[in-house]
Design a protein around this ligand. Structure first.
Ligand code: PA5
Length: 440
C-alpha cells in the first residue's frame, strides 16, 4: 500500500474530471509501451523494474563499502554532475540532520559530504582542496559516460591531492568509481589504478540513476538507510504497475493533468515545498522533468520555490503576475522534531496568540493560506502529500516522479530519455578551448 497521495481538487476550477478521464485510454497505451519496452527511448527503461531487481547482494555490498568509507573519512567528496550529482544530493540532504549533532561524541557521526565537479568555479574548487588539506577524506567519482568535462576536471584535481596526501596506493584505496560497466575513460582509469568500482546499468539514464549505485553508495555513506529507500520505491512501483485505471494511478493522473494544463497555456510548473531540506529534491525534480520534456520546441518549464522563504520574493509574482503557470506543492504532513513557540509576558511582538503551538502548525497554516490565495489568484494547484520525511516515503516519491515523467513525456509526444540539447554548449566550449578533433 502506498503512503503518498495526490490531491487535485484545486485544479478542478481549471480542468474538469471529464477532461482528465478522456486520457484513460491513452494513459493505458503508454503504460503498456513502458512495460513492454515498445515506446520511444525504450533502451533506457531499466529504471522501471530496478527497485525489485536490487538484490540482497548488491545492497549488502553497498552498505559494507559505505561503512568502510565512512569509518576512515571525516569528509567524503562526491564528484559528479547532472544525474550523477542531483540524486545523491537530493536524498542525502532531505534525510540528514541540518546541523551537526552535538552531545554524543562517542557515536561516530556520518562523514561530511562535499560535492565537486558539478560546476567549473575555480574559487570553489580551490577552497575545497584547501579544506581537504587537514581532513581525512575519500572520493566517490560518478560519471556514467566517464568523459564529462566538469567531473573529469574535478577528479583530476582531487586525484593529485589524494596522491600527494596518501601516496598512489593510498589514494587508490580511497577512491570509488561509479561508471559504465565497459566503456569510458573513468572505467579504464579505474581498472589501471585498481579502484573499487560499481556499474551504472546501460539501460538507466543519468537522471533516472538515483536508485542505482550512483545514488545509493553516497546516500548510504551519509547514514541514510538505502534498504528502506529501495523498499519505498518498490512499493510505489508495484502499485503503479499493478493498477490499470487512471483513478488508481497517481503518477499517470499527475502526468495527464500537467499536460492538460500545458495545452491550456500553463507552460511552467512551479514545485513548491515548505521544507527547506527538500531544496535539492526540487533540483533533482527540475532536472528529471526539464531534461526529459524540454525538446522539439515543447515542454513544461520546471521551476522550484522554497516556501515560506520565497513567499517574500517570488510570492508577489505568483499571486499577481502573468498567469502562465501552475503549482505543485509537496506537503510533508508530520515533522520529526518538535519546537513549541514560547510565551512571552511582554508580548511586544504580538505572538502570544500562537504561544504553545508547534512551529509545524504555523508552517501548515502558512501552506493552507498560500494555497487558497494562489487558487484565488488563478493558479491551479496540485498537492502531493507524504506522511513525513523518511527513507520509505522518499523512495515512493522518487519512483512516483520517475514514472510520472515517463507518462508525461509520452503524452507530450517526446522521447523522455534522450537529451540532444545538452551537446550544444559542449561543442562550442570544446571549440573555444581548442580540444583536439573539435573542429577549431
Ligand atoms: O541525465 C543525464 O543523462 C545527464 O544529466 C547526465 O547525468 C550528466 O550529463 C552527467 O553525465 P555523466 O554521468 O556521463 O558524467
Amino acid at each position: 500500500m502506498i503512503s503518498i497521495s495526490l490531491d487535485y481538487k484545486q485544479v478542478l476550477p481549471f480542468v474538469s474530471e471529464e477532461e482528465i478521464s478522456l486520457f484513460e485510454k491513452e494513459a493505458g497505451l503508454h503504460k503498456k509501451n513502458i512495460l513492454n519496452k515498445t515506446a520511444k527511448g525504450s533502451d533506457f527503461l531499466g529504471w522501471v523494474h530496478l527497485p525489485e531487481e536490487t538484490d540482497e547482494d548488491t545492497l549488502g555490498r553497498l552498505e559494507a563499502d559505505a561503512q568502510k568509507i565512512a569509518a576512515r573519512s571525516d569528509v567524503v567528496v562526491v564528484i559528479g554532475i547532472g544525474g550523477s550529482y542531483l540524486g545523491p544530493r537530493a536524498v542525502t540532504e532531505a534525510l540528514s540532520e541540518t546541523f551537526p549533532a552535538t552531545g554524543n561524541e562517542h557515536n561516530k557521526q556520518p562523514p561530511e559530504i562535499c560535492y565537486a565537479g558539478h560546476h567549473l568555479d575555480e574559487g570553489y574548487h580551490y577552497g575545497l582542496l584547501k579544506y581537504l588539506d587537514n581532513k581525512d577524506y575519500s572520493v566517490i567519482v560518478i560519471s556514467k559516460s566517464g568523459t564529462t568535462t566538469e567531473p573529469a576536471i574535478a577528479f583530476r584535481l582531487l586525484r593529485k591531492h589524494l596522491e600527494a596526501k596518501y601516496g598512489v596506493r593510498g589514494a587508490a584505496e580511497r577512491t570509488i568509481a561509479i561508471t559504465d560497466a565497459r566503456r569510458g575513460a573513468l572505467k579504464r582509469l579505474a581498472g589501471e589504478q585498481g579502484y573499487t568500482t560499481y556499474d551504472i546499468p546501460d539501460d538507466v539514464g543519468g537522471r533516472y540513476s538515483v536508485l542505482t549505485p550512483a545514488g545509493l553508495l553516497p546516500i548510504a555513506v551519509s547514514g541514510v538507510h538505502i534498504r528502506d529507500l529501495v523498499h519505498g520505491a518498490k512499493t510505489m512501483a508495484s502499485h503503479l504497475i499493478s493498477n490499470n485505471t487512471l483513478k488508481n494511478n497517481p503518477a499517470a493522473t499527475y502526468a495527464v493533468i500537467r499536460n492538460i494544463l500545458y495545452r491550456k497555456g500553463k507552460t511552467t510548473e512551479i514545485l513548491a515545498s515548505y521544507t527547506p531540506s527538500l531544496f535539492y529534491f526540487t533540483e533533482w525534480w527540475k532536472q528529471l522533468f526539464g531534461e526529459s520534456e524540454g525538446k522539439d520546441g515543447k515542454g513544461i518549464f520546471p521551476a522550484g520555490v522554497a516556501f515560506t522563504t520565497d513567499l517574500h520574493s517570488l510570492g508577489q509574482y505568483i499571486q499577481d503576475g502573468l498567469k502562465n503557470f501552475f503549482e505543485t506543492v509537496i506537503d510533508v504532513e508530520e515533522t520529526h522534531r518538535i519546537v513549541h513557540i514560547p510565551s512571552d509576558p511582554e508580548n511586544l511582538d504580538g505572538l502570544n496568540y500562537i504561544a504553545g503551538k508547534r512551529l509545524s502548525y504555523v508552517n501548515a497554516m502558512a501552506m493552507k493560506g498560500t494555497l487558497m490565495a494562489h487558487v484565488d489568484g488563478a493558479v491551479p494547484n496540485l498537492k502531493i502529500s507524504i506522511p513525513s520525511l523518511n527513507e520509505r516515503y522518499l523512495g515512493e516519491l522518487i519512483y512516483f516522479f520517475e514514472m510520472a515523467c515517463a507518462y508525461s513525456g509520452y503524452i507530450l509526444g517526446v522521447n523522455p530519455f534522450d537529451q540532444p540539447g545538452v551537446e550544444a554548449y559542449k561543442r562550442n566550449m570544446f571549440e573555444l578551448l581548442g580540444k583536439p578533433g573539435s573542429g577549431s
